[in-house]
Design a protein around this ligand. Structure first.
Ligand code: PEP
Ligand code: MG
Length: 575
């Protein structure tokens, strides 16, 4: 009987193969009292040195095979090994408690790991995996145990493990490892990131895969849907084999589009950009041929910590993104906290209607120290690429003017300090509040660009909370009211020679794209994996023909009518 397990889709693709269970369960550590603590400390120091040698070797190999960014993971591991807080604490424990090095290392590492794991942020929780990885390496040297990474594989396999550490992943032999499934991990765990750049289908965070799968059993890993089928039937195998063939063909077609501009069939260019939450997302962005970053949600930098990020920390993150995008446009949005996104250390009072409350630009204009720190980091980073600064949740012109004035003040004071701005940068707003959409003609006199945030614009237009299942039926992207607002923004911007993008989920929706193309949207920003399918669709459509449908669509009275109309048109495009 086949069984289906679901998890997090970490890396796209389908693979069918035999399971290889990687027993990388925790080493069994015993506590032993020692007399000669000096000798024990030397043993610990030797193990640290050996672990460092391993990491240097791995980072060199990874640098050659996968590039600097992945090698940086192992350089970060080296830094963990050199961190006096960890090393000195272990040493002190050996000396004061007269315990063996294995026990001291294990105990100290555990306390760091649980600290990180308790943090309310996925990224920080995953850093616990780094410490676990480093600790295991040191322990394996102390105990003389080989790490159980299969380096001598003869057959193609799908690795099944509780967790795959970055070094496990880097050591997988790509000729034989065709996919992997883990119990723990999320989309931003390093192993997931590496799977995506290695092009290996992977499903992570399945919770109990290692308990469910036996060694050698046949598996289907569906990285598109985050599904694993254990012991599939002949029929299931045949169905997935068909999907595999189709997907391979699809990928070949998409791959041709990676380095190309997005052009409609009748020769109009639109920009397909990516939404990111961290510099870590850039691998995907570049691999999918994004023409820019249309939205960097900077609130990620503020989450999962207990104090605000410093100007320097923010500067480094912005600089990295700008440099990696190598002159392509990068829209960085100032802090959009509030609504469903909290920062515990800001200690804000609970609100009856958080989505209509004290959030985003409202909070930044009130808490100007915080805002000015971010603006200074952005201004410093501006010389490293093609930066565009965007303010979120703008409802009124006064808000935009105030925010822009604060930015100008910071720019002036940096110039007075001797900073030279070598690159011009644009300043724009998110249009996600209906009032801003209605007043787009007025805003267009003052902003450099608009980016339509449909995730919020839809919820505010139909008064349907985007988080509430019970009103989800009212959350209608194709509602003519939403479409009329979008069209109004595009027309108002173009009348003043300004460009308009969209960074809500709607920009990557294959049913919405023909409508938006016809309305003349200039930039579509979406998750990286949606870019190539969108580019292909646009290349098959004539923008001028789509424009002819706009009036008809806007005169429809329901979402359903719009959807049916577009789907019928799309079916014709396919033929
Ligand atoms: C992109 C948007 O912002 P967020 O999803 O971060 O609210 C939006 O509202 O469409
Ligand atoms: Mg929003």
């Amino acid at each position: 009987m086949s069984r289906k397990i679901t998890g997090v889709k970490a890396s796209a693709g389908i693979v069918i193969g035999k399971a290889l269970l990687l027993d990388n369960s925790d080493l069994h550590i015993q506590s032993v009292l020692v007399e000669d603590t000096g000798a024990e400390t030397s043993r610990f120091r030797e193990a640290l040195e050996k672990a460092k040698e391993d990491l240097l070797d791995i980072s060199e190999r990874v640098e050659q095979e996968l590039g600097t960014e992945h090698a940086d993971i192992f350089r970060a591991h080296l830094m963990v090994l050199e961190d006096p807080e960890l090393v000195d604490t272990v040493q002190a424990k050996i000396e004061q408690e007269k315990v063996n090095a294995e026990h001291a290392m294990h105990e100290v590492a555990q306390s760091f790991i649980s600290l990180f794991e308790q943090m309310d942020n996925e990224y920080m929780r995953e850093r616990a995996a780094d410490i676990r990885d480093v600790t295991k390496r040191v322990l394996s040297h102390l105990m003389g145990v080989e790490l159980s990474v299969p380096s001598q594989l003869q057959d193609e396999v799908i690795i099944v493990a509780k967790d795959l550490t970055p070094s496990d992943t880097a050591q997988l032999d790509r000729r034989f490892v065709k996919g992997f499934v883990t119990d723990i991990g999320g989309r931003t765990s390093h192993s997931a990131i590496m799977a995506r750049s290695m092009g290996i289908p992977a499903v992570v965070g399945t919770r109990d895969m290692t308990r469910e799968a036996q060694a050698g059993v046949t598996l289907i890993v569906d990285g598109h849907e985050g599904i694993v089928i254990i012991d599939p039937s002949e029929k299931e195998i045949a169905a997935y084999q068909e999907q595999q063939i189709l997907y391979d063909k699809q990928k070949e077609e998409w791959a041709q589009l990676v380095g190309t501009k997005t052009m409609s069939r009748d020769g109009h260019h639109v920009e397909l950009a990516a939404n990111i939450g961290s510099p870590l997302d850039l691998d995907d962005v570049l691999a999918n041929g994004a023409e820019g970053v249309g939205l960097f949600r900077t609130e990620f930098l503020y989450m999962g910590r207990d104090e605000l990020p410093t100007e320097e920390e923010q500067f480094q993150a912005y600089k990295q993104v700008l440099e990696q995008m190598d002159g392509k446009p990068v829209v960085i949005r100032t802090l959009d906290i509030g609504g469903d996104k909290h920062l515990p250390y800001l200690d804000l009072p609970e609100e009856m209607n958080p989505f209509l409350g004290f959030r985003a630009i409202r909070l930044c204009l009130d808490n100007q120290d915080l805002f000015r720190t971010q603006l200074r980091a952005l201004l410093r980073a501006s010389v490293h690429g093609n930066l565009k600064i965007m303010f979120p949740m703008i409802a009124t012109l006064e808000e935009f003017r105030q925010a822009k004035a604060v930015l100008e003040e910071e720019k002036q004071s940096m110039q007075d300090e001797g900073f030279v701005f070598t690159q011009p940068f644009e300043v724009g707003i998110m249009v996600e509040i209906p009032a801003a959409a209605m007043m787009a003609d007025m805003f267009a006199n003052e902003v450099d660009f608009f980016s339509i945030g449909t995730n919020d614009l839809i919820q505010y237009t139909l008064a349907a909370d985007r988080m509430n299942e019970r009103v989800a039926y009212l959350y209608q992207p194709y509602h003519p009211a939403v479409l009329r607002l979008i069209r109004q923004v595009i027309e108002a911007a173009h009348a003043k020679g300004k460009w308009v993008g969209m960074c809500g989920e709607m920009a990557g929706d294959l049913v919405a794209i023909p409508i938006l193309l016809g309305m003349g949207l200039d930039e579509f920003s979406m998750s990286a994996s949606s870019i190539l399918p969108a580019r292909q669709l646009i290349s098959r459509m004539s923008r001028d023909e789509k424009a002819k449908d706009t009036e008809q669509i806007l005169s429809m009275s329901t979402s359903q009518q719009v959807e049916d109309f577009v789907k019928t048109q799309l079916a014709k495009t396919d033929n």
